[in-house]
Ligand binder design. Structure first.
Ligand code: BMP
Length: 218
């Protein structure tokens, strides 16, 4: 358990495989999203799943029936988890969570996002979405490493049963150790890993930072 997730936003499938191979063992999961899947096809998931469990970041945000159809396709493609939006409401989320339960897969629900513009509209909704995710027993929520104080608040809302996964470390200015101290279970790192000349070394460095802050605080 390294508590690190790679966000693999590269476009080329050979590059995706090369980086996944390099960081395998340093990461607990690989997050793939629209950039990679649109550029190289949904089959990329099957090719990467041998290196780490795959979280499909499609930020699913539709009516319940469409959400279910999307999640079915993604689970059939070999993904272990899907990231969905929460702002569409309880029934849309429920369609995803129910399917995931049947398939023994995971759903992570976006609360408040990590970029500055998330403060325009998402902050109030984020708390209600976190509560909804907990009420429906989703596997976890996505919360911003760029705002550790929000991670703390979201942790208080969801309790200890759900996981928090947090993007925003590195390129967006957040720190892995601050996010972990605030209550994040896994940090999600993209550019700082896949743009590095040495992705394995960069991943190992972040894992060392995480282990150190956990050790120092215990
Ligand atoms: P990077 O470390 O390169 O900033 O990548 C972060 C990844 O997490 C990207 O895939 C981005 O789409 C995703 N993400 C995010 O940055 N903030 C959020 O609130 C939710 C995300 O899924």
């Amino acid at each position: 358990n390294t508590r690190l997730i790679l966000a693999l936003d590269v476009l080329d499938s050979d590059e995706a495989i090369r980086i996944s191979k390099a960081v395998a063992g340093h990461v607990d999961a690989i997050k793939v999203g629209y950039p990679l899947v649109l550029a190289s096809g949904l089959q990329i998931i099957e090719k990467l799943v041998k290196y780490a469990p795959i979280i499909a970041d499609f930020k699913v945000a539709d009516i319940p029936n469409t959400n279910r159809l999307i999640c079915e396709q993604v689970f059939d493609a070999g993904a272990d988890a899907v990231i969905v939006q929460g702002f569409t409401g309880h029934d849309s989320l429920e369609a995803c969570v129910e399917l995931a339960r049947e398939r023994k897969k995971d759903i992570f629900v976006v609360t408040e996002m990590s970029h500055p513009g998330a403060l325009d509209l998402m902050q109030e909704a984020g708390k209600a979405i976190a509560k909804m995710a907990a009420d429906q027993c989703a596997s976890g929520v996505v919360a911003p490493a760029t705002r550790p104080e929000r991670v703390k608040q979201i942790r208080r809302i969801i309790g200890e049963e759900l996981a928090i996964i947090s993007p925003g470390v590195g390129a967006q200015g957040g720190s892995a150790s601050d996010a972990i101290m605030a209550g994040t279970d896994w940090v999600i790192v993209g550019r700082s890993l896949y743009q590095s000349a040495d992705p394995a070394g960069a991943a190992a460095g972040i894992v060392r930072e995480i282990k150190k802050v956990i050790k120092d605080s215990s």
